[in-house]
Design a protein. Structure first.
Length: 73
């Protein structure tokens, strides 16, 4: 990861919906993480630590979520 405290566009691969119905983010390291919301910011839990999404990644995630909600799976 390029910054220890944020997920950047360089780390991001895609946003997907899990079979349990929650959204996950896939990173270039080939791991997927559940997305959580805290106020207006989104984060993942990686090694039991909160890692926030930077603004660009947050916009990409929200765009994907809107598309899933509009068109379905």
């Amino acid at each position: 990861m390029s910054k220890a405290d944020e997920i950047t566009k360089e780390d991001y691969v895609l946003t997907n919906i899990n079979l349990e119905g929650y959204y996950v983010i896939k990173l270039k390291e080939s791991n997927s993480y559940k997305i959580y919301k805290e106020g207006s910011r989104y984060y993942i839990l990686k090694d039991n630590k909160k890692v926030y999404l930077d603004k660009q990644v947050q916009n990409l995630v929200l765009s994907s979520i809107r598309e899933y909600e509009r068109y379905g799976i």
